[in-house]
Design a protein around this ligand. Structure first.
Ligand code: HEC
Length: 129
């Protein structure tokens, strides 16, 4: 018999899944070329490719605030007139902007670490802002 459990994943897992499926690909495709730890000099002092640097923010300080629509990260992708528009050329598809907004409203959950347990299984820890 096949048993499918829909309630086995907690909220944190859902959030980190959302990050992996909807947020990371957008950042990777549209932002990492200028904002990653692999970039020699990250633009605006901002790197977006690990939880630690994402949390740290850029030259203007943190770019994310939990549940906060005024997060700088959301303002730049929404092309808010008060901030530099990101990406500098073109605009993200509306669906991607909406996904980023939804992610921040979820508390910007990120996969923080994968720890190898003694029995060989991996324990993932999550944290949010
Ligand atoms: C072609 C290079 C390039 C790409 C691609 C790019 N950026 Fe930027 N970004 C910059 C530059 C240059 C600055 C500094 C601009 C300024 O301060 O006027 C900047 C600044 C920022 C800042 C402000 C940092 C601070 O602390 O002042 C944020 C937030 C940001 N970018 C987010 C993003 C996001 C999110 C993406 C992807 C959707 C992205 N950027 C894609 C070049 C880029």
């Amino acid at each position: 018999m096949l048993v499918v459990s829909l309630s086995s994943t907690g909220r944190a897992d859902d959030g980190a899944d959302f990050f992996e499926k909807k947020v990371r690909p957008v950042l990777a495709e549209h932002c990492y070329s200028c904002h990653s730890t692999a970039t020699k000099k990250a633009k605006g002092g901002l790197q977006l490719d690990t939880p630690k640097v994402l949390l740290k923010g850029g030259d203007s300080g943190p770019v994310l605030a939990a549940n906060d629509e005024t997060s700088l990260l959301l303002q730049v992708v929404a092309h808010d007139p008060d901030v530099p528009a990101m990406p500098p050329k073109g605009k993200l598809p509306d669906a991607a902007v909406a996904d980023l907004r939804r992610w921040v409203k979820m508390g910007a959950p990120l996969p923080a670490a994968t720890t190898q347990l003694a029995d060989g299984t991996a324990a993932r820890q999550f944290w949010s802002f």
